[in-house]
Design a protein around this ligand. Structure first.
Ligand SMILES: NC(=O)c1ccc[n+]([C@@H]2O[C@H](COP(=O)([O-])OP(=O)(O)OC[C@H]3O[C@@H](n4cnc5c(N)ncnc54)[C@H](O)[C@@H]3O)[C@@H](O)[C@H]2O)c1
Length: 248
């Protein structure tokens, strides 16, 4: 309880799935959260729920590929709360296709949202974290970073994020800014619910723990990494995958 007291967190992709569960857990742990998403209706519903007793979140509708909008949101956060203690680069999309059939639009869309936007958000928060001499940046990678049929764009973005995580850990350590990546296995969100049942059954059969992750199990790792309990952890990738990537 209260492990994130006095933490002010910029969370992307907050409206649903893993992001919405992170928002709930961060608030329950005492944080204030800028909820960023492009899905206005869902975002405002979540903000109403979380602000029921006290104003602890601010909903911010924007597209994270829009550098001007991201910079303005970070400025607003700092003007309101005085600091930005953590950035959680959670928003991500898929546009799956076998490589022979993958369109340039599908490639660009995934790379822009999953890889370029975390760079934009990180560049926006970095000057504030540097001035504070304190900060945490968490990136949403995936087991697909290791390769997955039909996901050349997504796998490239998620393994690219691991490279960025380790680079930022090295570049930012002198300012006491920690950077880590969370790599979930298949998690029970809308992104995964869209997969046909027979395909999902084959996926689950490959997981040593024989089930999908819950969003709470993934959010708990973000919550820990954002907290001071993780003060000596930087440059790491935590696979939260029920053992899927073991045995190679
Ligand atoms: N669900 C899984 O099994 C799984 C596994 C590994 C990694 N991940 C990663 O975890 C993260 C969250 O996954 P999820 O399943 O909760 O996703 P989701 O699709 O349920 O939610 C993603 C959220 O991001 C928002 N978003 C997308 N593009 C945006 C943009 N350009 N600007 C602002 N907001 C945008 C969406 O509106 C949505 O609310 C993603 O990065 C995903 O790649 C998910």
């Amino acid at each position: 309880m209260n492990e994130l007291k006095d933490k002010h967190i910029f969370l992307t992709g907050a409206a649903r799935g893993i992001g919405a569960t992170c928002a709930r857990q961060f608030v329950a742990a005492g944080a204030k959260v800028l909820l960023v998403d492009r899905d206005e209706a869902t975002l405002f519903d979540l903000a109403r729920e979380l602000n029921a007793e006290a104003e602890v979140v601010i909903p911010q509708v924007l597209d994270i590929t829009d550098r001007t909008a991201v910079n303005a949101a970070v400025d607003k956060m700092v003007a309101t709360w005085g600091r930005v203690d953590a950035l959680v680069n959670n928003a991500g999309i898929t546009r799956d296709a076998l490589t022979a059939k993958m369109t340039e639009e599908a490639w660009d869309a995934v790379i822009n949202v999953n890889l370029k936007a975390p760079m934009i958000c990180t560049q926006a928060v970095f000057p504030h974290m540097k001035e504070q001499q304190n900060g945490v940046i968490l990136n949403a990678s995936s087991v697909s970073a290791l390769g997955n049929v039909g996901q050349a764009n997504y796998a490239a973005s998620k393994s690219g994020l691991i490279g960025m995580t380790k680079t930022w850990a090295l570049e930012f350590a002198r300012y006491n800014i920690r950077v880590n990546a969370v790599a979930p296995g298949f998690t029970n969100t809308e992104m995964v619910q869209a997969i046909p049942e027979e395909v999902k059954a084959k996926i689950v059969a490959k997981v040593p723990l024989r089930r999908l992750a819950t969003t709470d199990e993934i959010a708990a790792v973000y919550r820990f990494l954002a907290s001071d309990s993780a003060a000596f952890i930087t440059g790491q990738v935590l696979y939260i995958d029920g053992g899927l990537t073991c045995g190679f």
